[in-house]
Design a protein around this ligand. Sequence first.
Ligand code: F6P
Length: 780
Amino acid sequence: MHVTYRLSSSLILGVAAVSLAFAFWQTRADTQALRTDLENHARVLAESLAKSVEPPLQKHSTRELQRLIDRFNDREQIAGVAVYDATGQLVAMTSGFPWRAASDPALKSVPADGEIHMEFLKLGGSRMHMATLPLRNENAVIGSLVLLHDAGYIDRQALALWRRTLAGVLIQTLLIASVTLLTLRWGVGRPLLQMAEWLQQLRMGASAQAPEMPGEGEFEPLTKEVTRFATSLTAARAAAQREARLRNLAESSWTSERLRAFVQGRLGGSRLCAVSNREPYEHSHRGSGIECSVPASGLVTAIEPILRACEGVWVAQATGDADHETVDEQGRVRVPPDHPQYSLRRVWLTKEEENGFYFGFANEGLWPLCHIAHTRPTFRIEDWEHYQTVNRKFAEAVLEEIEQEENPVVLVQDYHFALLPRLIKEVRPDSRVAIFWHIPWPNPEAFGICPWQGELLDGLLGADLIGFHIQAHCNNFLDTVDRTLECRTEREHFAVTRNSHQTRVRAFPISVASDPPEARASGLGPELPHMERVRLLSKLGVGASFLGVGVDRVDYTKGIPERFRAIERFLDKYPAYKREFTFVQIGSPSRTHIQRYRDLMEEVTQEAERINRRFQSEGWKPIVFLNRQHSHQEILPYYCAADVCLVTSLHDGMNLVAKEFVAAQEDNHGVLILSRFAGAAHELADALVVNPYDTEELADSIRHALEMRPEERRQRMARMRTTVREHNIYRWAGNLIGELCEIRTAETPPVVTMPRKAVAKQPLTEEPMTEKALASHTWS
Ligand code: F6P
């Protein structure tokens, strides 16, 4: 039977049974109450009447007796009164007394116990209540009084109550049945039908828009799963189509599947181990539950697809306030939460360690040291000590994770872990260790101001392979090593040999996954970009024809105030764009424990407000600053709909926002304005490449972008999309891991038992700083 009918008939039966039981109980209670009322009334009346009739009965005054009881003729509900003498002879009765009953022995008998007797009985077919009371003279019984009440009304009232209840049950049942049927039809049937139609269309290959499905309550898990399923199906189909297309073109493309097969082949059964400070998934308390989010990080954007493709383990700092509640005893949790594909091993730092290592040495020291953005680096001895301690702590965690692996492959990420390669290799010389430096490497003079440059370089040279985004950073690194350490740098092979260990130095321009179907499957409608633009802007309370977008962590290297000032100049120079152009800056707060970052957030907010005050008018403003973290899904619609994306970094290793924007531009209509100081400018030559410090040039490039002929826009974007598609993150990982696995390492794996504490005892440098190093240090 149809589930709707099954559900409604069970409901009807249930409701009817409960209503009837309740009605039965109610009727019984009401009937009982009426009977008790009648009994009380009869008792009082019989006793008072007895007092009046006893004297005349004593005196045998029949006339007086008759006169007394005649007063009860025609009284409502009193069916009759009769008086008998002690022998049971009827002495007097009311005219309405059922005379046939008067001789009934049951009535004539005087109660033997001398007490009043009451009962309900049927007399002449009618329900009666009879009260029989002995009449006395002193203690002697001289007769009896019978008082009859008509009790038929009690049955009538019970019947009426039953009728009313049955009518109520009927109406309730009909009401419940119709409400249930309607609710099921509209609340369950319709969404299920729409979902089924949608899945059918997807199955048949149409790119149908997801229907509005209930996002809360019991439906939520189903809705989520179906959406994910549809997303995977769409992505898989698109990947297959792409593969087929590329096969036809005899091209070879890197996909997650190809990377997985490649890595499995190279690793020969060993697990890939990635290490970074930033974790890919953070668990935090939200209300009464725990929420999982992806932090704003280019590194996470890049590395996550590799781990998904290759499984393995990712070692990272635990930063969420609910992280410890979601891991096992070893500090591991399987992620992504919806579809676990690899392990995240969390490492806990104390507040002091985090302050010294992350905020202090890494982000107040190395970050401004490597980015030429005119913020002075700060080096404190305490921060350096914490940096060393935390590197050792991570080394212990990594060594634990690779304990069972033969010839493990470890990919260390970024400037937080310059000491890690050597710490790992000293304990596991059979491992292959690469470190990828996600930020620029400055020239030797700039790097030379770091008091611990020798130790950092020594730690890095423990690696078998060091990767940078561009060749210029490799060159700067080799120059720095050459000037600082005793070692042999082979420029023709891009390698450094120190204490018989060779480190290769290579450029691997990092990228994104570039899976465009994700954009459409993640909730974007099939609207044309201008419709999407209008929709997005009207949600922000702004009306404009052109949309510019910027997506950054609020960091002083990103050139956000420079960007805003260029927008101001653009509106001054080209006033026709007032009310026509709005720039949406998505800026996620970053490293806010550091004063410089707090000051920058203040500056960016005030600049936006100042410029808005200058130009804004009813329903329009030039800048919308959204200063909170946005998920990838929230950002995608902006990438897809924008006419222009501004990446104006003052200095940047690569900048993946530029590549994400290009990957999202399926219809090739947008223009990328890109700083020449971002690594991405080396690959995306079809962007409008600018100097972000040059306000005039930047303002003009915005106009150029908005007025560029559609054909030119399409051609430029199409070429950039080919570059990003072909040089995606899977190729990056394939090249990096391929190069690493070519390197021969110590052949014998060490004893499997991990000398945990051995790590703590290792000296950080094998050699003291050389004269050359000291000279370089003194120079700065
Ligand atoms: O760009 C350098 C980098 O470390 C990236 O690797 C990372 O995406 C970004 O900075 C984020 O920094 P943090 O992890 O400090 O928020």
